[in-house]
Write a protein that binds this ligand. Structure first.
Ligand SMILES: *Cc1c(COP(=O)(O)O)cnc(C)c1O
Length: 357
């Protein structure tokens, strides 16, 4: 059998969830959209179900997958509904619903609902992606109440730049939010992972951690709390071929790497079809036979090459960690000019093996 696999440590996941709670003293919706950032939404939700205050997903399809698997706690649809005909299902499956646009508000006003909704009313406090304009916010709140179709409203917004610690934008967004919600007595939800980890003064009854649950830091720079996260996913495989090359020989597609000295090269069963980033360059860290080494040349679809020259104990069959507890996914992401979010979401083909359930 091909040796590539993703080990998922559910104990580490629970540790990270607890850390988000502990850091904020708030209720926390575990964000499990996009198949729990590639970790497997059902298994992740099952592992967190006993402790989590609820879950958040991107769409009703993702929510229904969790309900079908027996997840019974609150599930928030982070973008609400995409079409009004989802509303009966939202009621039937007892889902919480973001309202981010006036068309959604109008759809609720016009719908015949068999039970009232829980709505998270989203303000655009400066990210300018989705969310109501501050001038419409009070009015939207009052209209939802007046519709008689809503049982509870939570006030929410989302940060655009909370992963930049020396940037004023998050404080400005909080100020816009506070002004817009003046006089509205309702719970508040503002904080994503970078805000939970890097902005201790932001007050938020509900937090919405995603990436930190999976043990990766959203920060490109050093940040104190990051060391307290436990990586959840270990992507590993094995060396399936070893060769010795003299100086001056090319390695892999496009001859992107050429040996400058005699070298020992290991071929690993892992490629971009597994989600390993094709743009990871020579020098991207890997761990082989317990020792740090580096990627060489271009990543191909099913294989990649690594340097065994200074790892004499490595041989055919040696285990290679592409990311995990030793090689941080955020470091691989940085090397490949992307973010750990995308590294995780891209995972495919590789069987996931769970422990710590
Ligand atoms: C994805 C998402 C989150 C989680 O973000 P992280 O940076 O992964 O913590 C929180 N809130 C909303 C609205 C989201 O879309």
């Amino acid at each position: 059998m091909r040796p590539a696999r993703a080990l998922i440590d559910l104990q580490a996941l629970r540790h990270n969830y607890q850390l988000a709670r502990e850091l904020t003293g708030a209720k926390a919706l575990a964000v499990v959209k996009a198949d729990a950032y590639g970790h497997g939404a059902v298994r992740v939700a099952q592992a967190l179900q006993a402790q989590a205050d609820g879950f958040a997903v991107a769409c009703i399809e993702e929510a229904l997958e969790l309900r079908a698997a027996g997840i019974s706690g609150p599930i928030l649809l982070l973008e609400g509904f995409f079409e009004a005909d989802e509303l009966p299902l939202i009621i039937e499956h007892d889902l919480w619903c973001v309202v981010h646009s006036l068309w959604q508000l109008e759809a609720i006003e016009q719908a015949a609902l068999s039970a009232p909704l829980t709505v998270w009313l989203k303000l655009d406090s400066g990210m300018h992606r989705v969310g109501l304009h501050p001038k419409d916010y009070h009015d939207a709140y009052q209209r939802l109440l007046a519709s008689g179709k809503v049982t509870k409203i939570v006030l929410m917004s989302h940060f655009a730049r909370a992963d930049e610690l020396d940037c004023a934008s998050s404080d400005e967004q909080v100020a816009v939010f506070e002004a817009a919600r003046q006089g509205l007595a309702a719970e508040v939800s503002l904080r994503n992972s970078p805000s939970v980890m890097g902005w201790p003064s932001v007050s938020s009854d509900w937090v919405r951690p995603g990436i930190m649950l999976y043990g990766a830091t959203p920060f490109g720079e050093n940040q104190a709390i990051a060391a307290r996260l436990q990586p959840v996913m270990t992507l590993e495989s094995k060396v399936i071929s070893v060769r010795e090359l003299p100086a001056g020989e090319p390695v892999g597609y496009g001859a992107r790497f050429i040996t400058q000295k005699p070298m020992r090269i290991g071929v690993v069963a892992m490629g971009y079809a597994d989600g390993y980033p094709r743009h990871a360059p020579t020098g991207t860290p890997v761990l082989v036979a317990g020792q740090r080494s580096q990627l060489l040349g271009r990543v191909s679809m099913d294989m990649l090459c690594i340097d065994l020259t200074d790892v004499p104990q490595a041989d055919l069959g040696s285990t290679v960690e592409l990311w995990g507890k030793n090689i941080l996914a955020s470091d691989v992401a940085t090397a490949a000019d992307t973010i750990p979010y995308q590294i995780f979401c891209n995972l495919r083909r590789v069987p996931r093996v769970y422990s710590g359930a």
